[in-house]
Design a protein around this ligand. Structure first.
Ligand SMILES: C[S@@+](CC[C@H](N)C(=O)[O-])C[C@H]1O[C@@H](n2cnc3c(N)ncnc32)[C@H](O)[C@@H]1O
Length: 318
């Protein structure tokens, strides 16, 4: 019965909703997702949709996952994992339709193919080029804002290295570090780095307390990290980024744009599927990023759209 009501609700097409300031629709979506069987159903639908979209753009989801699963994953994990690390509670929730969130081989081996599927429709003609085009559009803003190529770069929330490798290609002379809370993601990142003969220093740590020295970096980049964070973590991470940067160094983030009409006009169906996989979306959308950056000790803050639904925020350490 509950599932039937949800199914009917989800079939209502294109009722305007606003994720930044929760409307009746948005509150209804949150209410539905608080019902466990509905939540499970929605995240199952979200996953099925993603696998289908990957097939539509010619990405071999299961083939690529199997190839990674065939590697010596246990050895890779042991080499990268910090066994002392205590995970923040917010990180231990289900994410992206995985019960174990980001702490599993399933999530780690699927994250790259999922990124191709999710980004395929940013532009109507994008297909498999959506993901690289998204990163290029971020880098164009970086190049316009940062006059001198950074020498030492930290990629916060680097996952399996897609954003890390893209930054390395943009700044080939730089030393690039990739930090993430998931040792599974970092292990896959290391396998991919070896395949591509790349040098990356991987760090298994929370972005809130990286353990890196003060004033040691020219650029701290966070690509698609902040929509996964509660506001308290976002604030702590910006403070940590300010500590790590040399005076005049740059912090940059690229993520969903709360001001994009795409989200304001999203149908309840899609909004429900999105929220079932992204538990902190409301908190991200309602955080005043410019104000939070200022409070953390940044200046020269710019926010600009780089795709129909993403934005780039750049700020300089005072
Ligand atoms: C959506 S992924 C972004 C992946 C990558 N940067 C990219 O552009 O493809 C977000 C990543 O942030 C990581 N993450 C989330 N909270 C974190 C935290 N507090 N500290 C470090 N990493 C975190 C997750 O494990 C995940 O790998």
């Amino acid at each position: 019965m509950v599932l039937e009501i949800a199914r009917r609700f989800l079939l209502v097409p294109m009722i305007a909703s606003n994720v930044a300031t929760p409307t009746l629709t948005s509150r209804l979506v949150n209410g539905l997702l608080s019902i466990k069987p509905l939540f499970n159903w929605a995240k199952g639908q979200a996953r099925t949709l993603m696998i289908k979209r990957a097939a539509d753009i010619g990405v071999d989801w299961f083939g690529r996952v199997q190839a990674l699963m065939a590697q010596d994953l246990a050895t890779e994990l042991a080499a990268i994992e910090n066994p002392e690390l205590v995970y923040p509670d917010y990180y231990l929730r289900p994410f992206h339709a995985y019960d174990a969130g980001n702490l599993s081989w399933e999530a780690a081996t699927e994250v790259e193919v999922a990124a191709y599927a999710v980004h395929a429709r940013i532009w109507p003609d994008a297909g498999p080029q959506g993901d690289p085009r998204l990163r290029q559009s971020y880098h164009q803003v970086l190049q316009a804002r940062i006059p001198t190529p950074p020498q030492r770069i930290l990629d916060l929330g680097c996952s399996v290295g897609m954003s890390t490798f893209a930054l390395q290609d943009l700044y080939p002379e730089a030393e690039v570090l990739g930090l993430d809370l998931s040792p599974y993601f970092l292990a896959i990142g290391n396998i991919r780095a070896k395949e591509q003969q790349r040098q990356v220093q991987w760090i298994h740590a929370p972005a809130e307390s990286s353990g890196l020295p003060t004033a040691s970096l020219d650029l701290v980049s966070a690509c698609l990290l902040f929509h996964e964070l509660p506001q308290s973590a976002a604030r702590q991470i910006l403070t940590e980024a300010r500590r790590l940067l040399k005076p005049g160094g740059y912090f940059a983030l690229m993520d969903m744009n709360p001001a994009s009409p795409v989200y304001a006009q999203m149908s309840p169906a899609i909004l429900t599927l999105l929220k079932s996989t992204e538990p902190y979306l409301d908190q991200y959308f309602s955080l005043d990023m410019a104000e939070t950056l200022e409070q953390a000790g940044f200046e020269n803050i710019t926010l600009q759209p780089n795709t129909p639904r993403h934005r780039v925020v750049v700020a300089q350490a005072c």
